[in-house]
Design a protein around this ligand. Structure first.
Ligand SMILES: Nc1ncnc2c1ncn2[C@@H]1O[C@H](COP(=O)(O)OP(=O)(O)OP(=O)(O)O)[C@@H](O)[C@H]1O
Length: 814
């Protein structure tokens, strides 16, 4: 802290100058100011740069006496600028004007703005709404910085948004220096100069605008070319309510002071100018020297010695920057590439998806079209088949008619013959009677004649009785033969002999066991005759399922019951109930050949040859009776395992079998085994079975069929069959004998006339040698072939004869 020394020259004159004061500042509303204890030295305003301040808010005599410094400033005495000083701030505004005194310490002032804020605050609680925005000296200079406070002036005029007029300044000077003669002189001078200057100044606004940037303080205020009038620039304030600016200048007051100071300042300025010029020269000289030495040392332009580390660092930074840039570029490029790749990928996926969908749609359409076409074909086929079946039915009907007629004819002839024989006998008896009569019975002659005549008359009546008697005799004979052949020999019954029964009756006789297999219309079950304990295979046919195909079962039964061959499944009994037909058959325990192939995949040539021989033996038997099976396939060949572990086959399922009286056109069978002539619909016969033998033989030896469609396309398969296109695929056929292949080649022949018959097969060397021709002598084989053929042909003739006789006999017996 330091003490403030006050010097108040006005204090002694305050009462004396009241009138003058009034005269000088009065206006119509002038209110005389109270003087006296206007200054309170004990209170100072505390701010950052302000040591203390005394408020005088609208107190009478608000203006205290000016300090010595202020006085000296006006008298032109020099001051000590950086010492702490007390300054008076007069707030411009309506009278009485407020003022504050502030003790300023140059060192503790931080900024001009802060100081301005503190000054505003010093004017009391309403300072925020009535801020001091600018400060002027009593000479009209604007305070621009802190340094301005420490020059000659110690009284300043604080201005807010309101304008500061010349009149205001006059009033304030009068208030601050009420009794000073100097102030009066100033005013006079001011008026005089004003008049003079106003006359000289052509465009004051221009001058003011040019000069208002220069407050007259600080560095800029010492320019020698400056217009002296510019120092009178005052604060213009805001536009008036009417929007006009009040550009009024207190020049008159200041002119005198300015002129006084001008000379002094000019001298100072001249000194300064010379000094600065000298300094400039010295500075230029120094720079030149430095430049020279820098060049010598090759130092950089900034005048500093080049730092190698700094250079390295710069170099490194530069490199890093380049690397970073390069990486950025690479990254950007990579990102662009990735984006392009992703876009391409997405486009490709979308295209694929569209292609796939189109392909699927096209496939669906194709499939739908194919299905439609297939359905159409099936429909046409079914129509053709129905037509053929109808035709066949008619033919069969006709045949049955013929047969019945023939039977009737035969019966008539028989009856005729029998009748004539009887008559002959009667005649003979009559003759002997006649002889007897002649030998003593002559009286009876007339009676005999009567009897003969009577018999002749009753001939027709008796015929029926005789036929009935004969039938009875036949039945008795059959019964007798049955008893004679033993218990295991079951006499096969004719169709007429089918026992009409009920399920309970069958189940009372047979015990039904597990299912052995099933087909389209039937289920085959293991069964045991309760009385004997002998096992059979019981085929239980579902009649409702048969609807429309009853003739097939009739065929099957008709043919089976006439067959008696070791390689054909035997039929022993048949029962019919309201909804079922029971067929009691020979039991074959080894399952079917299909399962056997599935288990073994394929068979050796020896086993295969034996199986083919069995099959062809059965076919030889059937074919010699002119019966075609039409459904030869591994599923219908039952496997019988012999005690010596060899396999025998037994032919079953005669559902499609039939007598061949003429060419058959019915398309039937199983696709893999069907013969080309069935497909070509040119009419077929027994040969179709031999084609199937060829297919089965092929399968036995390699495990797969000769005609295959890779796409399981039946049309394609049939095309292969019709063309007879097959091959002995390597490596499967590499080790199979040419003899076996030769047999197959003679069976899978499209031309049915050139195709091997069952006799041909049974006489083929491969069959004759049991699948092993290696050790067989050629001549021996030829001899065997001949004898075998001869035997078979004879046998075939006998078979046919006996079959025909049997048929005839059956026809005769009704
Ligand atoms: N005598 C039998 N001994 C043992 N099993 C048999 C016998 N007969 C048939 N089977 C078994 O029953 C299955 C069906 O027999 P079968 O073929 O006679 O019936 P299906 O109804 O005529 O058949 P599909 O509908 O194929 O013509 C045969 O595949 C076989 O496995």
């Amino acid at each position: 802290m330091f003490e403030v020394a006050y010097y108040n020259p006005a204090r002694h004159h305050q009462h004396d100058n009241l009138d003058n004061e009034q005269n000088y500042t009065q206006g119509p509303n002038y209110r005389p100011r109270m003087y006296g204890n206007a200054f309170h030295p004990g209170r100072f305003f505390q701010g950052k740069g302000i040591e203390g301040a005394q408020h005088h808010r609208r107190l009478p005599g608000a203006f205290g006496p000016a300090s010595r410094n202020s006085y000296l400033a006006h008298t032109g005495e020099s001051t000590v600028p950086l010492k702490p000083k007390v300054i008076t701030i007069v707030r411009n505004g309506p009278k009485p004007r407020n003022n504050v005194k502030i003790l300023l310490n140059r060192r503790s002032v931080q900024s001009f703005e802060q100081l301005m804020g503190d000054i505003s605050e010093a004017f009391g609680p309403k300072w925020k709404t009535n801020k001091v925005r600018k400060l002027f000296t009593t000479r009209g200079r604007e305070v621009q910085g802190v340094a301005d406070f420490f020059r000659d002036d110690d009284v300043f005029i604080g201005v807010g948004n309101e304008p500061l007029t010349e009149h205001d300044v006059h009033e304030i000077i009068e208030e601050v220096y009420p009794d000073s003669p100097y102030a009066k002189n100033i005013m006079k001078d001011f008026e005089r100069q004003k008049r003079k200057k106003l006359a000289q100044v052509k465009d004051p606004v221009k001058d003011i605008d040019a000069d208002k940037r220069d407050s007259g303080f600080g560095e800029g205020s010492d320019g020698s070319n400056r217009d002296p009038d510019s120092e009178f620039v005052l604060y213009k304030g805001r536009p008036t309510e009417k929007g006009k600016r009040r550009n009024e200048y207190p020049r008159d007051l200041e002119v005198a002071m300015r002129l006084d100071k001008e000379k002094e300042k000019a001298a100072h300025e001249e000194k300064d100018r010379v000094r600065r010029q000298r300094m400039k020269m010295i500075d230029a000289e120094r720079r030149a020297q430095e430049e020279e030495s820098r060049k010598k040392r090759q130092v950089p332009d900034d005048g500093k010695v080049e730092d190698p580390f700094k250079k390295m660092k710069e170099q490194r930074d530069k490199e890093r920057e380049e690397i970073r840039k390069r990486k950025d570029e690479e990254r950007k490029k990579q990102e662009e590439d990735d984006k392009t790749r992703r876009d391409e990928e997405r486009q490709r996926r979308e295209k694929d998806k569209i292609d796939r969908e189109q392909a699927e749609a096209a496939a669906r359409e194709r499939q739908a079209a194919a299905e439609k076409e297939r359905a159409e074909r099936e429909r046409e086929k079914a129509e053709r088949r129905a037509a053929r079946d109808k035709e066949k039915e008619q033919k069969e009907q006709e045949a049955r008619e013929k047969e019945r007629e023939l039977k009737e004819k035969v019966n008539a002839e028989k009856r005729e013959k029998h009748h004539s024989e009887k008559q002959e006998k009667d005649v003979k008896e009559t003759e002997s009677d006649k002889h007897g009569k002649e030998r003593g019975h002559g009286e009876k002659d007339d009676k005999v004649k009567e009897v003969v005549t009577e018999r002749e008359d009753k001939n027709s009546e008796k015929n029926d009785k005789i036929i009935a008697d004969n039938k009875e005799k036949d039945n008795k004979e059959a019964e007798r033969r049955k008893k004679k052949t033993g218990k295991n020999r079951i006499v096969r019954k004719t169709k007429l002999e089918r026992q009409i029964s009920n399920d309970n009756h069958v189940l009372a006789k047979y015990e039904l066991g597990r299912t052995l297999g099933d087909g389209n219309f039937a289920i085959v079950r293991l069964s045991k005759m309760k009385a004997t304990g002998v096992e059979y295979a019981m085929k239980v046919i579902d009649k409702p399922k048969l609807k429309g195909k009853e003739h097939m079962v009739e065929n099957e039964i008709e043919i089976m019951k006439d067959c008696n061959h070791p390689n054909i499944v035997k039929l022993y009994e048949e029962y019919e109930t309201s909804d079922k037909i029971y067929l009691v058959m020979e039991l074959v325990k080894g399952g079917d050949l299909f399962d056997a192939i599935t288990q073994s995949v394929k068979f050796g040539e020896v086993d295969s040859a034996h199986m083919v021989k069995d099959l062809c033996s059965a076919l030889f038997y059937l074919h010699s009776r002119i019966i075609v099976h039409r459904d030869l396939k591994p599923e219908n060949l039952l496997v019988h395992r012999n005690k010596d572990m060899t396999i025998s086959l037994k032919l079953a399922d005669f559902g499609l079998a039939m007598d061949v009286k003429e060419a058959i056109y019915t398309v039937c069978g199983t696709p893999t085994y069907v013969a080309p002539e069935i497909l070509s619909e040119i009419g077929y016969g027994l040969e179709v079975d031999m084609w199937a033998v060829g297919v089965i033989t092929y399968i036995l030896l390699c495990g797969f069929p000769p005609f295959r469609s890779p796409d399981r396309n039946q049309t394609e398969l049939f095309e292969f069959i019709k063309a007879g296109e097959y091959e002995f695929l390597s490596p499967y056929w590499d080790n199979i004998s040419s003899s076996a292949k030769d047999l197959i080649e003679h069976l899978l022949v499209v031309d049915k006339k050139r195709r091997y018959t069952a006799i041909d097969v049974l006489c083929h060397p491969w069959i004759l040698c049991g699948g092993d021709v290696s050790g067989m002598d050629g001549a021996r084989i030829e001899e065997l072939k001949k004898t075998s053929r001869k035997e078979l042909e004879t046998q075939a003739a006998l078979n046919l004869e006996s079959y025909q006789k049997m048929k005839e006999k059956r026809a005769l017996t009704g």
